[in-house]
Design a protein around this ligand. Structure first.
Ligand code: NAD
Length: 253
């Protein structure tokens, strides 16, 4: 399906975390297609380099920086590198996550810290560092990834759902604090998006059928369905939309 064009995204410096695979890779491609200047971080070196090479023939080659988001100093350095090589970041997409399953009784303190580190902590620090660059520009849009999983109480993934609920608090308070600097902050809550990783680790054919049965819309959600909503929130077309969580789940909930 052809996507809308957003003229304001042309040449816009866009930083996407976890852009090497899944929904993140779909967003890297969608922003390249819009003519944005895209940088992304991931721990998946081969997938990320292959993605950047593949997209180079479609538009401006996205800048891949290898970075483990558990390391906030490395994240800060990556965000500075983007500024030095592409210019100040105007769009931040806080996408990276890890939806590990773990029964309550098995969660150790280290697991708790790690899950928060992988699912919410880096979102705050990326917003802090990129937000400084946005202030310099006098404009910006931050899109934080939440999930319908916390609204549903899905399990066994209490640490993940706790972090994804916290993303909404993060979004709302950042929107208040950064709004006067012309920076918008919104969240996206995807439903069941069938990525290669989801199929490999968690979602069987039967699960996919169950999701579709529960959705109002009778087809699987794809990364591009999420990417289209993110493009809108990144573009000036959504200029007065901030402090919102947009659910994109085909009517699952
Ligand atoms: N797929 C779904 O059904 C679904 C549903 C609800 C919400 N979401 C959310 O949407 C977003 C994308 O989902 P997805 O399914 O593509 O996720 P995913 O887990 O497949 O991919 C996330 C990306 O983040 C990267 N990543 C993980 N840990 C990292 C680290 N320490 N440092 C750097 N990069 C790291 C991964 O390598 C991967 O490329 C996530 O925030 C997820 O929680 C997804």
């Amino acid at each position: 399906m052809p996507s809308a064009r957003f003229p304001s995204l042309r040449n816009r410096v866009t930083f996407i975390t976890g852009g090497g695979s899944g929904i993140g890779a779909g967003m890297v491609e969608a922003f390249v297609d819009q003519g944005a200047k895209v940088a992304f971080v991931d721990i998946l070196e081969d997938e990320s380099r292959n993605l950047a090479e593949r997209l180079a023939v479609k538009g401006e080659k996205p800048l891949f920086i290898s970075c483990d988001l558990l390391d906030v100093h490395a994240l800060d350095a990556a965000i500075l590198e983007v500024r030095n090589r592409l210019g100040p970041i105007q769009v931040l997409v806080n996408n990276a996550a890890n939806d590990m399953r773990q029964p309550v009784d098995e969660v150790t303190e280290a697991d708790w810290e790690r899950t928060m580190g992988l699912n919410v902590k880096h979102q705050f620090f990326a917003a802090q560092a990129a937000g400084r660059q946005m202030r310099e520009l006098g404009a910006g849009s931050i899109i934080n990834f939440s999930s319908v999983a916390w609204m549903d109480g899905s399990g066994p993934m209490t640490t993940y759902t706790t972090a994804k609920a916290a993303v909404i608090g993060l979004t709302n308070s950042l929107a208040r604090e950064l709004g006067p600097s012309n920076i918008r902050v919104n969240a996206i809550a995807p439903g069941a998006v069938i990525t290669e990783r989801q199929r490999r680790l968690w979602v069987s054919e039967e699960d996919m059928k169950n999701f579709i049965d529960r959705q109002c819309m009778k087809r699987s959600l794809l990364p591009e369905d999420i990417a289209r909503a993110v493009l809108f929130l990144a573009a000036d077309d959504s200029f007065m939309i901030t402090k919102q969580c947009l659910t994109v789940d085909g009517g699952l909930r």
